[in-house]
Structures are given as structure tokens and as C-alpha cells.
Design a binder for this molecule. Structure first.
Ligand SMILES: Cc1cc2nc3c(=O)[nH]c(=O)nc-3n(C[C@H](O)[C@H](O)[C@H](O)COP(=O)(O)OP(=O)(O)OC[C@H]3O[C@@H](n4cnc5c(N)ncnc54)[C@H](O)[C@@H]3O)c2cc1C
Length: 454
């Protein structure tokens, strides 16, 4: 596909690399520039809270391979600071700018830092989002700290606590919500996650926040003060309170970009501030908010590896195709996590639910599937050490199957107990959500006709 079209990708990570790869695989041979603020070639993040942190995977092995000869101009170690849609240029932090005909935004998210800078600057306070973060924390954990505190029990915090226990380190986890993972999986399944942590020797404290981190007078972390008035002597605190979307650089661009991400259509074309779809600005990965027909067309932002890949491929396809030849991104969301010897896998959106039933296996054995439903429709399934069943549930979700599901399977639970999925208000959690669904349900829309004053 011979082309003079200039493509710029901003964000040199999973989504950016996969989109570049896909453009070349589809035959696009025009000029391609990839801008990334990190100094490294694209690398994979899931191992950063798992194998890299356990010290069993050298950080350099996390590098993501390209499937094709990319033939791209890399601008690494320099941030994009603005998007000029009048002149079609990406402005860079070094004063340069890169012109484009089509641009793809994949600037993802960053870790939410501890809110008090004088405390987050203490030696011993960490977040985990980048290769350098993971490398530094691995070094510190290898040095054998006396006690580790993990603040926030979402997926990242729980995985880090699991690594600590695998390394034989003493660890406390604090979570403002009622259980670990409750914001992603609801209270019924999160109760199992809480048992897992405690069985593995984690000092889990729910309904608790960290009020203050205290230094030793020489810049090193010494103690954490908790909201219940107690204090803990700690050498390491890992702040795992969710993420912030990297959208600030798009301020003034005229795009519908903000703290919740960049809104786009199902074909990954960004919306402008007026809700008009653009034709030359595309968005993919953790930064994107996209409607999905199975979830009532609400805008959904997903911090999932598979979503970044799927959207990147659709965005690349649509950048070089027009009209009816464009494709929608309709994949069913899916993610995985491994912690405390359990492989957790999910399809659909568990938080898009009002009810849950443990449909297969046994909670006691930590080998089960929980099916989630919303207003009589199956919307998600989560497996603990039972992932081989998830393709079956994916098929049911795709066909809008009824909930509670009615099927004969090998190890169907008995009794079949349908319960509330017990989703907490996200505002009460220590950690931000990895999935956020924003918008109103069709049934919740109220239109009020007000007659004109006489
Ligand atoms: C520790 C950890 C563990 C994870 N584990 C799992 C897992 O088990 N399962 C799962 O499904 N998902 C997991 N994820 C999530 C998954 O890694 C992300 O969904 C994925 O990385 C998203 O890719 P992305 O390219 O959209 O964004 P990112 O990977 O965040 O990349 C965005 C890139 O853009 C750069 N950037 C930001 N602003 C600018 C700018 N202004 N100019 C230039 N560059 C910029 C960033 O520095 C970064 O390099 C994990 C994530 C982390 C951090």
C-alpha cells in the first residue's frame, strides 16, 4: 500500500507498538514516527508486578518484540506537550514538532502518587508502573526489608503483596474498602480474595486508610500512621492507589479529553469537545473511552492488556481504510492476574452487574467460576484457577444470554445461590478502578418537558 500519508503515534508502549506493527503488517509503507517519553524501547508491564518483582525475570526480558520490520522514526525520551489540530502537528518537549496526516494517541496512564510530596519523597516509598519502578522495588525487596506496607488492595497492590509473601517478607495491606479486589469483582468474590491473602500470612486491614507516612529525620521511611490510630514500623511502602490518565498534554487540543480518558467511537476515532467524531485522530489502550453495544453503549475505559492490543489493531486498520471498510472494536473485555497461587481470569465487565452466582467448582478449593448478571442478562464471568471455562462464558456473554445462566456443566454448584454482587461505591476504595463505565443507563434517563412561562 504505497502512501505519502504521514502517521504519528504518541506513546511508545503496548498499544503504540502494536498499532505500528499492524500498520506495517497491513502494508502501509508511508512515513511513521513513534514518540515516547520513556527512554526505553516498548516493554510489557504485567511482569512488573509479578515475575520481574519476584526477581525471576530480568527486567530487560520484558521488552516487547515487534512482529514486523517497523521502519519507523523513534523519538524516545521526549514527551509530546501539545496536539495542534489546526496545523496537524504534535508539539514535543524539546521544542521540535512533528507534522502528521493521521495521529494515534496511546499515552496510557501513570501511577497515582502518594498525595503528600514530602512523604512520597521519602526513601522507601514506591509506586509500580514503569520498568524503573519495578527494578528499584525489586532491589529494595531483595535487600530484605523488615516490614512492607502496601497501600491499596486492587490488582497491582494485591499482586505486590503476593510477591512479598513469596519472598518470605512480612507485609501489611491496607484498603479503605471492605475487601481486596472488591472494586473490580464485587463483595462475594472479593471475600475469597481476602481469605487468600490472610491464608498466605498477609496482615490485611480493610476499612483502614494510611493517614501519614513518617520519616526518620534523614529522609528514610520509618513508620506509617493508620486511620484507626495505630502505627506500623515499615521500611517500604508501596502506594497502589490506581492511576491517572495521561491526557493533560491534550488540553487545548479541542478533543473530548480529560481525567477519564479520551472519548472515541467504536472505531477508535477520537471525539472532539462537541461530540463530533474526528477523522484523523485515533486513540487506543488505557487512555481510550469507547462505547460497547453489550454494555448499553456506555463509554468504557479499560486498563487491560488485551484491550490495548485489540484497540491498537482496529485503530491501525481504520487509519488506512475509509467508510464501510472500517472496523469496530467489539472484543469482550478480558484480563488476568496471578496472586497467592491463584490464576484469576475474567471476561466481560464484572462491575456491570447487580447479581452473581458461583456457577461452577468450589470456593473452598479456590477453583471456581462466578457468573455476573445485570437485569437478567449475563455480563461477565470470573474464574479462580478455572480459566479453561471462560471461552464458554464469553460465547454466552456475546449472545446476551439470560442471567442466571441455565446450563448443564460438569461441576455445576449445588445449591445454586444467586446473590447481590455487592459492588461498593468506587469513591470509598483506596485504589482507583481498572475498569470505569461512565454514562447513564437508558432506563435512568429522565427527560422533563417544561412548558414555556406564560
Ligand atoms: C504493574 C502492572 C501490571 C499489570 N498487569 C496486568 C495483567 O496482569 N493483566 C492485564 O490485562 N493488564 C495488566 N496491566 C495493564 C496493562 O499493562 C496495560 O493495560 C497496558 O500497558 C496499556 O498499554 P498502553 O499502551 O495503552 O499504555 P501504557 O502501557 O501506559 O503506555 C503509555 C506510554 O505512553 C507514554 N506517555 C505518556 N504521556 C506521554 C506523552 N505526553 N508523550 C509521549 N509519551 C507519553 C508513557 O510513558 C508510556 O510509555 C498491568 C499494568 C501494570 C502497570
Amino acid at each position: 500500500m504505497s502512501s505519502d500519508m504521514r502517521v504519528v503515534i504518541v506513546g511508545a508502549s503496548l498499544a503504540g507498538l502494536r498499532a505500528a506493527d499492524e500498520l506495517r503488517r497491513l502494508g502501509f509503507d508511508g512515513p511513521l514516527t513513534i514518540v515516547g517519553d520513556e527512554p526505553y524501547e516498548p516493554y510489557d508491564r504485567p511482569p512488573l508486578s509479578k515475575a520481574v518483582l519476584l526477581g525471576i525475570m530480568p527486567p530487560e526480558h520484558a521488552t516487547l518484540p515487534a512482529r514486523t520490520d517497523l521502519d519507523a522514526k523513534w523519538r524516545l525520551g521526549v514527551p509530546a506537550t501539545a496536539l495542534d489540530l489546526e496545523d496537524n502537528r504534535v508539539v514535543l518537549g524539546d521544542g521540535d514538532s512533528v507534522p502528521f496526516d493521521k495521529v494515534l494517541l496511546t499515552t496510557g496512564v501513570r501511577a497515582r502518587p502518594w498525595p503528600k510530596p514530602e512523604e512520597s519523597d521519602l526513601d522507601g516509598v514506591f509506586t509500580v508502573r514503569t520498568l524503573d519502578d519495578s527494578r528499584r522495588l525489586d532491589e529494595r525487596l531483595s535487600a530484605g526489608p523488615g516490614h512492607v506496607l502496601v497501600i491499596g488492595a486492587g490488582f497491582t497492590g494485591s499482586e505486590i503483596a503476593s510477591v512479598c509473601r513469596e519472598r518470605g517478607l512480612s507485609v501489611t495491606v491496607t484498603e479503605r474498602g471492605p475487601a481486596p479486589l472488591v472494586g473490580a469483582l464485587g463483595g462475594v468474590v472479593a471475600a475469597v480474595a481476602a481469605d487468600m491473602q490472610r491464608d498466605h500470612g498477609v496482615d490485611l486491614r480493610c476499612g483502614i486508610t494510611v493517614a501519614r507516612l513518617e520519616g526518620d529525620g534523614q529522609g528514610r521511611l520509618r513508620r506509617a500512621h493508620l486511620s484507626d490510630g495505630t502505627a506500623l514500623d515499615v521500611d517500604v511502602a508501596v502506594v497502589a492507589q490506581g492511576s491517572i490518565r495521561n491526557t493533560e498534554w491534550l488540553a487545548g487540543s479541542g478533543l473530548a479529553a480529560g481525567p477519564r480518558g479520551v472519548a472515541c467511537d467504536a472505531g477508535c476515532r477520537a471525539f472532539d469537545l462537541n461530540g463530533l467524531v474526528t477523522d484523523n485522530v485515533f486513540v487506543a489502550g488505557d487512555i481510550a473511552r469507547q462505547p460497547h453495544p453489550l454494555y448499553d453503549y456506555q463509554l468504557i475505559a479499560l486498563e487491560h492488556w488485551g484491550n490495548a492490543i485489540g484497540q491498537a489493531e482496529v485503530a491501525a486498520h481504520n487509519m488506512i481504510h475509509e467508510g464501510l471498510h472500517r472496523r469496530p472494536h467489539l472484543d469482550i473485555p478480558a484480563f488476568w492476574s496471578s496472586q497467592f497461587e491463584v490464576n484469576i481470569k475474567s471476561v466481560g465487565i464484572p462491575t456491570y452487574s447487580d447479581q452473581v452466582v458461583v456457577s461452577q467448582g468450589s470456593v473452598e478449593e479456590r477453583r471456581f467460576v462466578a457468573a455476573y448478571g445485570f437485569r437478567g442478562r449475563l455480563t461477565a464471568a470470573v474464574a479462580f484457577n478455572h480459566g479453561r471455562w471462560l471461552d464458554f462464558y464469553r460465547g454466552l456473554i456475546e449472545s446476551a444470554a439470560a442471567f442466571p445462566p441455565d446450563f448443564a456443566v460438569m461441576d455445576r454448584t449445588d445449591p445454586w445461590e444467586v446473590r447481590s454482587s455487592e459492588l461498593p461505591d468506587p469513591a470509598i476504595l483506596s485504589h482507583g478502578p481498572t475498569v470505569s463505565v461512565t454514562g447513564h443507563l437508558p432506563t435512568e434517563r429522565h427527560v422533563e418537558f417544561v412548558s414555556a412561562p406564560k
